[in-house]
Design a protein around this ligand. Structure first.
Ligand code: THU
Length: 158
């Protein structure tokens, strides 16, 4: 029997130590929660994608009475970026959430969103930094792949 252990590094920054380049991204993710359509869960998620040229693309969760037809904020933002700016690499994604009019502490992307993040990394051949925004701290993973060990990616289809 062999065993492997997988480690993921998460860095935790106090909000005021987030870099000047990433501060607008964090603010954009929180602002995007205001555009969420979440009448069922009342859990409003915002995501902000940073492109290599500095463009920020946002998204929010869009729910549906037929629950599985809704989509998470992260995928709304990533798919919008892929559609609107197909040739500009994605370099980072920030996520924030609010409920009852109040921001909640850091939330982490669901499995399906991690899979789409992974595809984004493979598409542009570079890591996507993931920022999980809380009220006082931001948790940072340096890549989506680090959040999805033993993943199924395009190389699995070769
Ligand atoms: N949701 C997101 O948009 N992103 C996440 O990372 C977790 C969950 C949404 C889906 C649904 O609209 C609501 O939050 C409750 O699960």
């Amino acid at each position: 029997m062999k065993e492997i252990r997988l480690e993921t590094k998460i860095s935790i920054y106090p909000l005021n130590e987030v870099s000047d380049e990433e501060q607008p991204l964090v603010r954009a993710a929180l602002k995007a929660t205001e555009h969420s359509y979440a009448p069922y869960s009342k859990f409003h998620v915002g995501a902000a994608v940073l492109l290599a040229d500095g463009t920020i693309v946002t998204g929010s969760n869009q729910e549906n009475a037929a629950y599985p037809s809704g989509l998470c904020a992260e995928r709304v933002a990533l798919f919008h970026a892929g559609h609107q700016y197909p040739d500009i690499p994605v370099v980072a994604l920030a996520i924030a959430a609010a409920t009852g009019g109040k921001q909640v502490e850091s939330i982490s992307p669901c499995g399906a969103c991690r899979q789409v993040l992974l595809e984004t990394e493979q598409r542009y051949g570079r890591p996507v930094k993931v920022l999980l925004c809380g009220t006082k701290e931001v948790m940072v993973a340096e890549s989506a792949a680090s959040l999805l060990p033993l993943c199924f990616g395009k190389e699995s289809l070769l």
